[in-house]
Design a protein around this ligand. Structure first.
Ligand code: DGL
Length: 214
């Protein structure tokens, strides 16, 4: 089957790689929006205008399912996307629920773009599943671009991570797929203090369920 994978940028490659090693029998069509990345500092209206022709093109190219490998797109637009495009979508979203279930200290940290943190969907997730825990939202507003441009500032990542650890966070949620590329550094800093989670595995499980129904 042809599986479309979309992200604004290099986060999509991480997700596409994970999917193709788990499901090598399928063809992956990866699309990134090099012209408009980063999305996390843009409005949902602009983001919708960017993604619309790309999703249409993927459908026209024969993709039978589209993976939204971008938390920013999911949290701001997934309902509108599902309404307007006639193909199943499997989408990453911030793992607030599992983090809230896992925490023992009662503090979790969500690393995400500004658009994700401002979205109704993310705030609904927090209200629904994380009312009883403290949710830290470290400033990661320029991380996606820094990773996209391959200009990784290790000190900045270290500072943000150390701050949330100092505030007792014992689960760190990577809620932007670009952060896959700095996951190892964050895990190393968090060693023995916090668990770092990201959505590739549950996404693949969901994708398998959707593929089985096609
Ligand atoms: N990789 C995207 C995400 O998961 C967004 C990065 C960006 O374009 O700002 O949120």
């Amino acid at each position: 089957m042809k599986i479309g994978v979309f992200d604004s940028g290099v986060g999509g490659k991480a997700v596409a790689d994970a999917i193709s090693s788990a499901l090598p029998e399928h063809e992956i069509v990866l699309k990134q929006d090099e012209e408009h990345v980063p999305y996390g500092t843009k409005s949902p209206k602009h983001i919708y205008d960017f993604i619309s022709p790309i999703f249409q093109q993927m459908i026209d190219d024969g993709c039978q399912v589209i993976v939204v490998a971008c938390n920013t797109v999911t949290t701001t637009l997934i309902d509108k996307i599902r309404e307007n495009f006639n193909v199943p979508f499997v989408a990453v979203e911030p793992m607030v629920k599992p983090a809230a279930e896992m925490t023992k200290s009662g503090v979790i940290a969500v690393c995400a773009t500004p658009a994700t943190l401002n979205s109704d969907r993310y705030n609904w997730l927090k209200n629904e599943y994380a009312k009883h825990v403290k949710v830290l939202e470290p400033d990661c507003s320029d991380w996606a671009l820094m990773i996209e441009d391959n200009k990784i500032d290790r000190e900045k990542i270290e500072n943000r991570t150390t701050e949330v650890l100092a505030q007792n966070a014992d689960v760190i949620v990577l809620a932007c797929t670009h952060f896959h590329w700095i996951e190892d550094q964050i895990k190393e800093l968090a060693q023995n203090k916090a668990t770092v989670i990201q959505p590739e595995k549950p996404l693949i499980e969901q994708l398998k369920r959707v593929l089985a129904q096609l």
